[in-house]
Design a protein around this ligand. Sequence first.
Ligand code: NAD
Length: 521
Amino acid sequence: MMIAVSPPSLDTSEYLPNEAMLKIVVASAHEAQHGWATVPLRYRAKVLQAIAQAIRDHAEALAKRIEDETGKSMSDALTSDVAIAAGSFRQAAELGLRCLKPQGYPLSQSWRALALGRSHQTLYSPKGVVAAITPWNYPIGIPAWAIAASLMTGNACILKPSELSPESGKALVALVQEVLENHGYSKNLVICVTGDGSVGRALLDEPVDHVLFTGSVGTGRAIQAQLAGRNIGLSLELGGSCPALILPSLDKAYWDSVISQITWGRCFNAGQSCAAIKRLLLPNAGKEEWLERLAATFNAIAQPLVLINHTQRQRLHQQVVQALAEGATLVCRGTFNESSPTPVYPPTLITNLPPQSHLWQEEWFGPVLLVDGFDTVAEAIEKANNTSFGLTASVFGPQAEAEKMAQKLQAGLVTVNDVALAHYGFLHVPWQGVKNSGPGISHSTEGLLALVTAKTMGINTLPTWIKPPWLLQKSAMQSSQSSGHPFQHGLIRWMSHSFWRAQWNPALLKGLWQQRPRTRL
Ligand code: NAD
């Protein structure tokens, strides 16, 4: 196993030859984190803002690195990786300033009366060292949030990028380290270790405190099994088979715009997105016209869609071949050249895949859209939910009707009249999956709070000579009374009513009065 540790600048690399180095890497991250945990939020936010600026300054270089390594176009790399990366650092800083400071619990007037001078405050502490294991399809966008969230919450982060995109991960970490050092902090707060799955596995055997994993369901389950019995946090962001649904009532005037959105949602990043639209559900009445128009848009895509490698391309092609063998219809597919030197795949539309085909349950990672029809809205919902995944869903139709349908879909994010994939860029809202697509949350305050431990302090603000009310009642040990319990019934009444009704509470007052003189500690 070869482990490489991130270089101090964008253009050098330093390979460290043995597994034992991981112990040193994790120990260095822990040491650096102890100091960082004490840095006030506003200084952490300042460093994150500076990292966002550094990403902006190096935008072209970072995008070029991604293009060289993954075949992603410069424009896709700039949008989905570099912009998301810069936004992640800025958003984590802004959200963190709000949600990571000690949180109080303002009470309504009726509860304030019951709190009897007590106040509570929750404090957040970093967990320690976060291990982030990430995939190749967004080789900077996904690691960026993991690093930004770790730093803002006072943690250190060890990034293990995919073995298919190590240089992109290293370039991001090199930039972050440079900014950290320029601000007088240890570069060991963010370290990149590269290698294949065995390095990821070995990293998780070390004393890390939280694992952020993004990748396939199979690897996610393997990590879950590896960590079973260890009391550390695990966030899983896994695959998807995201549906888009067109309501029968969608006005024809919007069809063109919806078709453009669906084409983008399927083909962006050459279709290699967890949240890409992988299944399209259309009303049977009108299905032929939809297919015709969709095919025209798919065929008009001029830019060649380059997949990550030939293995991925072959896997996708095998799925298409098998679907056709099972009786599916090929609606459109541009020229497919089996012996193409670059792993391109043409945008492809498939329909009439038999409902019992297990291909419906697989993740299709490339620009192939499966189209199915429905007669009723109930059937559409059933088909949309008929998957073990639950990442996103997109519904198109009149707003009220589409919102009603959205509520019935099993997904971590559902969008109405928008492609859900685009909402990955809204970094202030949670990104999460249900069923086999989760569980884990990134982005948003929830994504930050997943990386801290919470401690609540309860403080009695009244002078200590005032006895708390729970000493003014007879406990079971002091009382032989088996019925009556005026104090307890008064308390229940007070707890269950608003202040204005509860304050006229003769039972409670009578109970307190009767018991007070005889009560002893
Ligand atoms: P993958 O599971 O093969 O690999 C992901 C990472 O895990 C890589 O860094 C890999 O080296 C590492 N790894 C592999 N085996 C490991 C092990 N046993 N222990 C620890 N680490 C191990 O996934 P991939 O092919 O790189 O990525 C594509 C998948 O990621 C797709 O399923 C896609 O849907 C999913 N994905 C999900 C999201 C999301 O937000 N939910 C985002 C992007 C990608």
